[in-house]
Design a protein around this ligand. Sequence first.
Ligand code: SF4
Length: 326
Amino acid sequence: MKKLAVSTACISCGLCTVTNEYLQEDSTGQAIPVPGKLISDNELATVKQLIDNCPVSAISFVEVQKPMSAKDFIAAATKKISAIATLPTPKQSDFPYNSSEFSVPYYGAAGQYRYEYSSESSANSAAEREFNEKAYSQLKPFALKLVMQYKSKYLAPYYVSGPTSIYEKKNAEIKSLLAEIAGEYESIFGQKLPASFVTFEVFPDTERNSMLDMLRKDTVFSDEIADLIASKHRSEYPISNYRSTWDTDYEDKYIGKGMFGDKYKTVYCYKNVEAANKELADDMLRVAGWADINEIALDKACVVVDQYNRNMKKAIEEKIAILKNL
Ligand code: SF4
């Protein structure tokens, strides 16, 4: 027995998909075999013509071993389904943390180089006030921005819907196998499997406050880790650590004529607060690694994947029951 295969050389010319029941177009216009459709002996010559007509030789025959009996077919189909019916448990290597992949915002310091302070110490105090206002008091919001970047880069496939969802990809793989099995069964034994056999929509638990629900609503992970990062940052890098980064400067400012000639007053400014803001941002990127952002992400991913696998096991048992009841 034979079926058709189409290679990636297909240029979507449409020649083969208009007039036969063995090939169809996928969503991108490429030719793909109709799942499980086997070629009957009296169609071989027509299908051979189809292969010969492909301008890029993308179509070929694939030999299919005919099962001895329906029982053999069902045993083989059950084995194939069971072989792919698990999502691998996430590993730590799926959740790396490399600080160069992320950024923490830092801002300029508008008060720098204003020669308006009467002493060096008042200029230093003003520098610290601006640093605190623009950076140090913002540790939690900055950490949240960093965590959201990490979440969207590494954790998103475990909770989003759409083509990047690991569940939807796995569901599509299983659906394609089920359609293949149903098509082959019909081609060989002339009997359609129930429509429910080829449907497959499985997800982790979705009820309110399930891990999936909380990841989607962001009521778990981001806030928890941002708090951890901010608190670790405060203990590893107290505000006093940044005092050596900014500096002061002074100039003699003309203030008018005095009894003995021109009068000047020494005034001070601060500088390099922007450099301190940048230093804080760089420190936070390091601290996020020490706060185990990646290990916490792995824990959450393991919870949803375990739930998916448990729900998938039930759904697969139902498919196998359909086959066994044929
Ligand atoms: S004839 Fe060949 S190139 Fe054209 S759609 Fe079919 S497989 Fe693709």
